[in-house]
Design a protein around this ligand. Structure first.
Ligand code: HEC
Ligand code: HEC
Length: 156
């Protein structure tokens, strides 16, 4: 008896998710599947940033100069670079995020600054944060693609 009640609950939750998902289709709550090559090559030093956070033009520049990558050498072999760029470009921003931000930085994008305008500037300098690109400091589920407000934890 208990078992079939639980099964019923699980089933209705699944239906709810299916019904709700179209509305979420293009926002940041969606957990888009990540290319394993991208996760390995671009998720080892920082979280694997979502393709839709930068326009294709920015991704072309980022992949085109990996030997001089924001002060570090993040070179990969050219074939892998092309594969990553293809994957990134087809998923890049196509809306309000199409303007390449300064230095092709997600953290300098208008959308990023707007979403974070309530974060006071000293918070970005806390030792648990260090820099805005350290998304996982405040979004502990960033590597799963979740930036929901209820998952946010600001380091003290
Ligand atoms: C060897 C470590 C390393 C690897 C590997 C690496 N990065 Fe980075 N990345 C960095 C560092 C360091 C920064 C600068 C962090 C800062 O100053 O905020 C950075 C910054 C970035 C930024 C700008 C973040 C911002 O401030 O908005 C992007 C975009 C980015 N990386 C994309 C990639 C992609 C795509 C790959 C895979 C091809 C990759 N990274 C691989 C170390 C790495
Ligand atoms: C210092 C902590 C901190 C860091 C670091 C940080 N964020 Fe946030 N982020 C927040 C807070 C706080 C909010 C909620 C702001 C509000 O609603 O007032 C937020 C909101 C967001 C939202 C909107 C979420 C929603 O559902 O409305 C996105 C998307 C997001 N952040 C992405 C990022 C990305 C990508 C990075 C890294 C490049 C990052 N954040 C780095 C604190 C941070």
């Amino acid at each position: 008896m208990g078992k079939s009640v639980r099964a019923g609950v699980a089933w209705s939750t699944a239906v709810l998710v299916v019904v709700v998902s179209p509305a979420w289709a293009d926002d940041d709550r969606r957990t888009a599947p990540l290319n394993p090559l991208y996760r390995d090559e671009c998720g080892s030093c920082h979280v694997p940033f979502a393709p839709r956070w930068l326009p294709a033009e920015s991704w072309r520049r980022v992949i085109g100069r990996l030997s001089d990558h924001y002060g570090v050498d993040a070179s990969i072999d050219p074939a892998r670079g092309r594969e990553l760029l293809d994957w990134l470009q087809t998923r890049a921003a196509g809306d309000r995020r199409t303007v390449p931000p300064p230095q092709d930085r997600i953290t300098q994008s208008a959308w990023f600054l707007r979403e974070h305008k309530e974060v006071a500037s000293p918070v970005w300098q806390r030792s648990g944060v260090r820099q805005p690109s350290n998304c996982a400091a405040c979004h502990p589920r960033a590597d799963e693609g979740s930036f929901r407000e209820r998952d946010i934890v600001i380091p003290k």
